[in-house]
Design a protein. Structure first.
Length: 289
């Protein structure tokens, strides 16, 4: 049989034999053989694009390194991950880099004053109070200027201390129309009485020591005490303790029917009395020495 012999079907292969002289190009591939894959879209062919194999679904990813995987069927996350690559959570402490701090500072200082409207914030405080250029303020550095010397001379240490009491708006004080002037006349009279009180008045029941002048005043009041009315009296014909004692100690005389008792000078009349004599030999005078 040769190339010119038509192909036939030989059922009886008796006498036929295979030899080593065969064509390798016509030998079927064996398991493990290296095979060249050609691109194609036909049945049992692999579609290639620039040397890349497009896999539909591959459940065994062993040995794969994926860059972007759209179909994650069969994938699973495990606890074996790199903590350094874990995203920060809300509330986590974060350390800013030098560049980040510089950027943040720039953003703060570049904020528009029109946006600083939060009451009580530092920004709002600056907007409300730094309302003029510092260069427009007074340049006074402690030297003498017009009126400064006069003002400082009047501001004594005592007056400066009184300024500390100005701790409220003047408008919050009592209005003149609501002011009622005190009764100074009565106040003066009361003061005249209280000025006589000692610095530490005695309490009720305390023992008291009278001064020499106080003792004399008490004695004089007793001697001048009227025996009838109890009031003081220093007149002729008085009925006082003093007048009663004068009869015993001072000069007295009887002239006719009149008894005359003198004062302590034995001359001035203190009081007189009518005498009724029972005997012509009665005593007519006594003049104690």
């Amino acid at each position: 049989m040769n190339g010119a012999t038509p192909a036939v079907t030989v059922s009886d292969k008796t006498g036929f034999a295979l030899t080593a002289a065969y064509d390798p190009a016509k030998t079927a591939s064996q398991a493990g053989d290296v095979m060249k894959v050609s691109s194609g879209t036909g049945a049992n062919q692999i579609s290639l694009s620039s040397g890349t194999v497009t896999v539909g679904t591959n459940n065994d990813k062993t040995g794969y390194t994926a860059s972007t995987v759209s179909d994650k069927t069969g994938y699973a996350l495990t606890a074996a991950y790199d903590p350094a690559k874990t995203a920060a959570q809300a509330g986590d402490a974060m350390a800013l880099t030098s560049g980040e701090r510089t950027t943040l500072t720039g953003v703060i200082w570049a904020a528009l004053t029109s946006a600083l409207t939060t009451v009580g914030s530092v920004g709002k405080l600056l907007v409300d109070n730094i309302d003029a250029a510092i260069s427009t303020r007074s340049t006074y550095a402690g030297g003498d200027t017009s009126g400064t010397t006069t003002l400082l001379s009047r501001l004594t240490s005592t007056r400066a201390g009184l300024l500390d009491h100005l701790d409220a708006d003047v408008s919050s004080r009592l209005a003149t129309s609501s002011y009622t002037a005190p009764d100074n006349t009565d106040i003066t009279a009361i003061k005249a009485k209280t000025d006589n009180l000692p610095a530490t008045p005695a309490a009720t029941g305390d023992a008291m020591t009278l001064t020499a002048g106080e003792r004399t005043a008490v004695a004089d009041a007793l001697l001048s005490r009227d025996l009838g009315s109890g009031s003081n009296s220093v007149v002729t014909q008085e009925r006082t303790v003093r007048s009663a004692l004068r009869w015993l100690r001072n000069k007295w005389t009887i002239s006719g029917s009149t008894l005359t008792v003198t004062c302590e000078d034995d001359s001035t009349t203190s009081h007189t009395a009518t005498v009724t004599r029972a005997s012509a030999d009665a005593v007519s005078s006594i003049d104690p020495t």
